[in-house]
Design a binder for this molecule. Sequence first.
Ligand code: SF4
Length: 353
Amino acid sequence: MDGFTLKNTLLCRGLDTGGADVGRGRKGGAGPAGTCLEVGRWIVNTGLNYSASRPSPLKLRLGERPSIIADGEEVPVSFINEPAFYGKTTSDGTPMKKVALLHGRDCLATTLYQRCTYMEQGRGCAFCAIHTTLDSGATILRKTPRQLGEVLMEARKDGVTHMVITTGTPNTRDHGARMLARAVEHLKSLCNIPVHVQLTPPSGRYLDLLHRAGADTIGIHMESFDSSVMRRVCPGKSGLDYGSALEYAAGLFGDGQVSSFILGGLGEAQETMKEGFEALATTGVIPFLVPFRPLPGSAMEHHPPPDPSYMAGLYLELADILIKYGLDISGHRAGCVRCGACSAIDTALEMRR
Ligand code: SF4
């Protein structure tokens, strides 16, 4: 099985561990929860045993040298070791693991504010499980710049080289931009780590603020190009002006330094995808295509993930568009595009080149 097909299948169908609890990874929270595995040159954030009704065709073989059995072939894999900072606490006694987590190989990720006003209004995104890790006590509601700084300095000793700061949307006009800017400013005063921020689209003045604070890259997530999907799945965010915010951000942060998560498998009209990829690429924005993943505790926890063959078609279309517009994902300075664990776009590009 080629690397692209293997990564795409791991993202869409997860990995069958034969019921073994390998005790790793995130079970909820913001973004696609899962476990990170290194497979050759690339890394993948895959679900483990997450679809009991549609078991994964990929089996994990545990042992001294773990591997995946794919189409009768054995592919060596390695789990990412738990970083030492998980066992430490901040100066106010908060376990560092509740403040930020290691994502992928070397990315420190945190959710600055662990609630979302849309969720509280009953208009939250149906695929999101931001509240579950807070409810279970795995994280805290707000992370202060000081806590983040202390975790970052420890995480750097464990090999962290870039950072993602995402946030649930607070009920404020800036959509969390001011608290993100304060966090970025503090982190940049400690060291020059590349930092990626993510938020729902704010107005231009708040994008200016984030840029001035020192954020290197930004993610403003459209989720879907299909307006009927947005109304059904993301009712709170469906009316927001993504186009203007993304265009403005691309002007500030530069070509290839702005990204937008696009989920495949939400029931979107397929023709909206190609048009949407092209529209974003023409403005210098990278569509970060990921398959919908059913998260426990979310409103869509029983909705099936998309078929790998459907996602493969989308990835190859996107790869052709990125090549056509000269958008180089390897030049992205920080965040999800640099980490790459949740999308198969890196391997699709390798396939096309
Ligand atoms: S791609 Fe983003 S959300 Fe996925 S593991 Fe990497 S940093 Fe986390």
